[in-house]
Design a binder for this molecule. Structure first.
Ligand SMILES: Nc1ncnc2c1ncn2[C@@H]1O[C@H](COP(=O)(O)OP(=O)(O)OP(=O)(O)O)[C@@H](O)[C@H]1O
Length: 363
């Protein structure tokens, strides 16, 4: 199990004309990824998703809180002692092209980490080549074709599979997929998501999915958990289907209503939620961070910050003083008819969101 408690991260910037600049990227995030489980983090740009993923993968420092890997808290450990733990968590970058060294063939790319692994596991040299082929087959590409080639000779989808194969060289406990399908051709997206889902089932590897796309979060597993991040805090969390079908926090409702195939919230209606705001993360706001955009705002929201609290279902939590339960009515087809602009695979992925197409007030 991998968890985080109270993780905060503030980027210190040198001041511009407005003075001192601290950017509050994470303001105290708790999460748990069970062994073999899948957890998605969604939220709009700048809410801290990537920062959290990088912290969990050991690639970014944090100010306070802790990351606990297999029961071992990382904060008290010296950086060198943390390394073997963080190696169990592998980040899959959103851009498979920049993630691979253009001057190395795929064989060279895989050999380096596998040689290290062979030493750790006391395997003979012949194991390295065999394992490289095995891993490429596992991610669904022909080793004979791919091994001698350079990244630029492969399609984006193939490159992303190579990146996943490289992540698997260390036998990770968890993969952190940060918008891992956002930069590849839409026709390949669904197959990469299917691959990650398949790896979870076959290898028991946990998945931490970072995305702005609720449909991607939904696709990755019916048993997964969804965390909705807003300005560095968890606004709502719970089983993915529960959150999508009964969003409680007004921000989650606004996110759902923003999906193009949705009809929007009937009450209060997306027009009553201020849809965008030039986020200024340099202000240490008091009260609820969503208050300025929220149609349900009260004086208490402005003065006091809501903590996560249980909904009726104890696995479902929200940070709102005025939770309004709404229910999503699944629809079978797009009402607009025909595939969307994303093409066939995009339709399939977004089709999952299409099922969450109407939201109505139940309480
Ligand atoms: N290296 C950095 N220096 C200063 N500020 C940073 C740095 N990295 C991120 N930030 C700021 O921290 C906040 C959170 O950024 P982060 O990239 O984690 O958000 P995100 O939700 O992943 O956004 P996106 O979906 O656009 O990638 C943003 O306000 C961002 O501008």
């Amino acid at each position: 199990m991998i968890s985080g408690t109270g993780i905060t991260k503030t980027y210190r910037r040198r001041g511009d004309h407005t003075g001192a600049q601290d950017v509050y990227a994470l303001r105290g995030v708790d999460f748990t990824v069970p062994k073999g489980g899948a957890v998605s983090f969604i939220g709009e740009s700048g809410c801290g998703k990537t920062t959290l993923g990088r912290i969990v993968a050991g690639l970014e420092t944090y100010d306070s809180g802790d990351v606990v890997i297999g029961g071992v808290p990382m904060t008290p450990l010296r950086p060198r002692k943390r390394e073997p733990y963080f190696r169990r968590i592998q980040l899959i970058h959103q851009d498979p092209y920049s993630a691979l060294n253009p001057n190395r063939t795929i064989e060279q790319t895989l050999r380096a980490p596998l040689a290290l692994r062979a030493r750790q596991m006391k395997r003979p040299g012949s194991w390295i080549g065999e394992r490289a082929e095995e891993l490429l087959s596992l991610v669904g590409i022909d080793p004979g074709y791919v091994l001698p080639r350079y990244p630029h000779q492969l399609s984006g989808g193939m490159r992303q599979r190579v990146v996943i194969a490289r992540a698997l060289t260390v036998d990770p406990e968890m993969l952190v997929a940060d918008e891992s399908v956002s930069m590849i051709d839409v026709s390949m997206r669904l197959s990469i998501l299917a691959l990650l889902k398949d790896l979870r089932e076959r290898l028991g590897v946990s998945l931490m999915f970072i995305t702005h796309d609720i449909a991607t979060a939904r696709y990755i597993g019916a048993d997964s958990e969804l965390y909705v991040l807003y300005r560095g805090l968890v606004a709502e969390r719970g089983p993915t289907e529960t959150v999508i079908s009964g969003p409680v926090h007004p921000y989650t409702q606004a996110l759902l209503s923003a999906i193009p195939v949705l009809h929007g919230l009937e009450l209060p209606g997306p027009d009553r939620v201020v849809p965008t705001e030039a986020l200024d993360e340099r202000r240490p706001d008091t009260g609820c961070l969503f208050a300025r955009r929220c149609p349900f705002r009260s004086d208490r929201c402005v003065e006091e910050r809501p903590e996560l609290a249980h909904c009726l279902d104890p696995t479902h939590e929200h940070a709102c003083f005025h939770p309004h339960r709404r229910q999503v009515i699944p629809v079978e087809r797009f009402t607009s008819g025909g595939p969307d602009a994303n093409g066939t695979a995009g339709t399939a992925v977004n089709g999952a969101a299409g099922a969450a197409a109407r939201v109505r007030t139940t309480a």
